[in-house]
Design a protein around this ligand. Structure first.
Ligand code: NAD
Length: 384
């Protein structure tokens, strides 16, 4: 495995990849060209937000950038934090969204077709199920839930209500990962035998009192963060794993911050159908020079497919490594939102649908069970 020059923090890594902006464009209003479209409310996909913290703000920013092409209109913004709510409202002031404290009041409104849920993970089942049961479509941030029971609740609600549900896996719309999956499924390495993958980052935020440092609220590091990779693995291999074993915990960032229960490192191995094994390691205190994201697939003898970072894709055959050219990188979150809007307008299943959300979240939960309980965990234990 090659190592890039610098350790990359979670946020910097994602920013560099163009996957989200940590400094959202706070638009006080919209371009006049967009405003001109907001005449007939019936023509617009009318949106609401539950949670406009870090990620909710990014999603709102991307939706606003998509306004002129997708004719989206934000009608309500809900957050229990008045400051976050006010910031969200300022971002789309020209649309005059209602500011709402209690999400139930947002769901009672008749002028909303679809809702973005970007609240902390332990609230996803409650919020996503309520959105779907109110008859509205739902874009729910990843992962679906921090427990197998929560995943089942959301899954059942999607199937029962028939509303569109998209999970926040913007990598499904990202040219690097699309290229990786396309190459693998197109037979670039022959028969897949082994996948080796790692996310080694440094400078993971250590904010005291934050929900994500609490493994009960976030699901732990393998659920909160690595679910993005789990999504790519299930997607690329067209399967979910059968079992997992692994070890992990806190061995470098004890007490940073105070009350931390989220792991700082782990390694997990999964077995997939077809005798495929996958090894994934995750470290959030990587030293400078040892950071990065890697996915390597070993196939027939001498063949390998490698994604280094998110856009450096190569295929090796008979000792010769060939770079794979990818289409230009676009903002994958913006593409994900546009695709969600299209799936509603055209009554099509989203690409990052509830099955994608369920498989990836359960893959994370399977690995977590193995690590927390120091044993081999079976798929049927988490797939309720
Ligand atoms: N797809 C991605 O790349 C990506 C990136 C970062 C975060 N996320 C996900 O987005 C979600 C949110 O993460 P974040 O970093 O924005 O967290 P955050 O803590 O910054 O934001 C959460 C927001 O939800 C609000 N909130 C809490 N309870 C609420 C309630 N009952 N009703 C309304 N609002 C409520 C909070 O006040 C806060 O503003 C998580 O699921 C996280 O995993 C996804």
């Amino acid at each position: 495995m090659k190592t890039p020059k610098k350790a990359v923090s979670r946020r910097k890594f994602i920013e560099k990849s163009g996957l989200l902006s940590s400094v959202p464009v706070i638009a006080a209003g919209l371009p006049a060209s967009s405003l001109a479209n907001i005449q007939d409310a019936n023509k617009f996909l009318r949106l609401g937000w539950i949670g406009v913290g870090g990620r909710g703000t990014s999603l709102l920013d991307r939706a606003l950038r998509s306004v002129s092409v997708s004719t989206l209109k934000v009608n309500a913004i809900c957050d229990i934090d008045p400051k976050a709510r006010a910031r969200g409202i300022r971002m789309c002031a020209a649309m005059k969204p209602a500011g709402i404290h209690d999400y139930k009041d947002l769901l009672a409104r008749k002028d909303i077709d679809a809702v973005f849920v970007a609240t902390p993970i332990y609230l996803h089942p409650e919020h996503a199920v309520a959105v779907l049961e109110s008859g509205k479509h739902c874009y729910c941030e990843k992962p679906m839930a921090p427990t197998p029971e929560g995943v089942k609740k959301v899954y059942d609600a999607v199937k029962k209500t028939g509303r569109k549900f998209q999970i926040g896996f913007q990598w499904r719309y990202h040219s690097g990962f699309l290229g990786f999956v396309d190459q693998l499924q197109g037979g670039a390495v022959g028969k897949t035998s082994f996948v080796s993958s790692a996310r080694h980052v440094g400078g993971y935020p250590e904010k005291e009192g934050s929900w994500y440092m609490d493994r009960k609220l976030s699901g732990d590091l393998i659920v909160e963060q690595a679910v993005h990779e789990m999504n790519v693995f299930c997607w690329a291999l067209k399967a979910h794993p059968l079992r997992a074993a692994g070890f992990g915990g806190i061995n470098a960032l004890e007490g940073r911050p105070k009350g931390r229960s989220m792991m700082d490192s782990y390694g997990v191995t999964y077995e997939f159908p077809g005798n495929i094994r996958l090894n994934y390691t995750h470290v959030i205190y990587a030293a400078s020079g040892f950071g990065g994201l890697y996915m390597t697939v070993f196939g027939d003898a001498g063949k390998a497919l490698e994604l280094e970072g998110t856009v450096n894709l190569s295929v090796t055959k008979s000792g010769k490594k060939t770079k794979v050219d990818l289409p230009p990188l676009k903002d994958s979150t913006e593409l994900a939102i546009q695709s969600f809007a299209r799936s509603i307008r055209e009554d099509k299943e989203p690409l990052a649908n509830v099955d994608a959300g369920r498989h990836a979240t359960l893959m994370s939960l399977l690995g977590r069970t193995a690590i927390h309980e120091k044993r081999v965990a079976e798929w049927k234990e988490v797939a309720l």
